[in-house]
Design a protein around this ligand. Structure first.
Ligand SMILES: *[C@@H]1O[C@H](CO)[C@@H](O)[C@H](O)[C@H]1NC(C)=O
Ligand SMILES: *[C@@H]1O[C@H](CO)[C@@H](O)[C@H](O)[C@H]1NC(C)=O
Ligand SMILES: *[C@@H]1O[C@H](CO)[C@@H](O)[C@H](O)[C@H]1NC(C)=O
Length: 377
């Protein structure tokens, strides 16, 4: 009797649970659809089908129309910036006209060209890339300040389009156009944001170690098989007409990526043939690179949206970290302090850092920072 009763009870419980799950799924179907289904679709497309036929006419433009679309006037530029110099890295920082404080902080810290030259004997050019202020009532004043700022530092370039999130692809074109026109002698080109911290000494040392003839080089935090977001509420909403495929090609997060000179040339060529309505600039860069058959390489110490933990054992290897505005000076002092090397070298230093990094990066829950494997590199 009792076993039958128990079995019935279990069956009943199972039934209730199943019903409950079904209700739950039905109620939250939309969110599930957005998050799970689109990722499933995207991954299967990326890894099973993977025929991005970007060259079909839906994204290409004829040359004249494309040329007209990209034709914005230069308001501030520095044509001789790279002339007759052996430039290792041309480093673009996407900035907004009003963010002069951020630019100053960068000039005084990781973007200090003189520091890099005196410490590492490498020539880098840090250039802030701007559009025009969108608000007409403030534009004149902001523009006047920009001209003063540029007279002092000679490191701004500006084109005549609204500086807006939805115009980031125009800014992408601006960067590659400028690099291809005025700084063809730079070995590497980087794009980043003004709220990103770049450990330039680590980065420069890394670039100096690479093969001098390196080609097809594109490195950053790689997103693989990311689906386009079809939810109209999202900042990254992309309608079907703009992008028809269920998955984006692999691309590096716009917060910081580096390409070799030949890739900068190829991407620029591709840019000039495409409809630029897709405003997510890093995805767009991915599309261009895919057209040119340049695959991105992931580097575990490049951050996407994530922020590096504050610790000398991390500073030792970090390349980029996202979301730094107020703490740039502090982080720069700490990250370049002599104690970083002394603390992290030698057998005991390395062992200590391995443990610290496992503790900082390998959490049982998700933290947006470097991946756990970075602790073992
Ligand atoms: C381009 O490809 C997409 C998706 O595969 C397809 O829906 C569209 O019709 C194609 N467009 C042209 C013009 O071939
Ligand atoms: C992008 O810039 C162009 C040129 O200034 C402007 O017409 C357009 O409205 C801008 N787009 C957005 C979304 O601000
Ligand atoms: C670019 O694509 C958009 C759809 O995303 C379309 O509305 C627009 O007309 C296209 N532009 C050109 C110049 O073909």
């Amino acid at each position: 009797m009792t076993t039958v009763y128990r079995r019935r009870k279990r069956q009943f419980l199972q039934l209730v649970l199943t019903c409950f799950s079904c209700c739950f799924i039905l109620i939250y179907w939309e969110q599930l659809d957005v998050n799970v289904i689109s990722h499933l679709k995207s991954y299967s497309y990326r890894y099973l089908i993977n025929k991005y036929s970007f060259l079909n006419d839906s994204m290409s433009l004829n040359k004249e129309i494309a040329a007209r679309l990209h034709n914005y006037q230069y308001l501030i530029t520095h044509e001789n910036k790279c002339q007759d110099q052996d430039v290792l890295l041309l480093l673009f920082v996407k900035s907004s006209p009003k963010n002069s404080h951020r630019r100053d902080a960068i000039r005084q810290t990781w973007g200090n060209e003189q520091y890099i030259y005196s410490e590492l004997k490498a020539i880098i050019k840090v250039i802030f890339v701007l559009g025009i202020h969108k608000d007409l009532s403030q534009r004149k004043r902001v523009q006047r300040n920009l001209l003063v700022e540029d007279q002092q530092h000679s490191d701004l370039i500006q084109q005549d389009f609204y500086d807006d999130f939805h115009n980031l692809t125009l800014k992408l074109i601006f960067q590659f156009e400028w690099a291809n026109t005025f700084c063809k002698n730079a070995k590497f080109v980087m794009s980043s944001d003004d709220d990103v911290f770049i450990h330039t000494p680590n980065l420069i040392n890394y670039l100096l170690q690479l093969d001098k003839e390196i080609m097809n080089f594109w490195i950053g935090r790689v997103h693989r098989g990311a689906p386009p977001i079809r939810n109209k509420e999202s900042k990254y909403y992309v309608p079907y007409e703009m992008y028809q495929w269920p998955s984006y090609p692999d691309y590096t997060a716009g917060a910081g990526y580096v390409v070799s000179q030949d890739v900068a040339v190829k991407v620029y060529k591709a840019l000039m043939t495409l409809n630029t309505s897709l405003y997510i600039d890093d995805v767009f860069m991915g599309i261009c690179a895919k057209m040119m058959e340049v695959p991105p390489q992931n580097h575990i110490y490049f951050a996407g949206e994530g922020k590096a933990p504050y610790h000398p054992c991390i500073y030792n290897q970090m390349m980029t970290s996202h979301g730094h505005v107020k703490d740039v000076h502090h982080l720069w002092r700490e990250a370049t302090h002599a104690k970083v090397t002394s603390l992290t070298s030698g057998f005991w230093g390395q062992l200590y850092c391995r443990l610290i990094k496992v503790f900082l990066l390998c959490k049982p829950y998700y933290v947006d920072t470097y991946p756990c494997i970075a602790a073992f590199s």
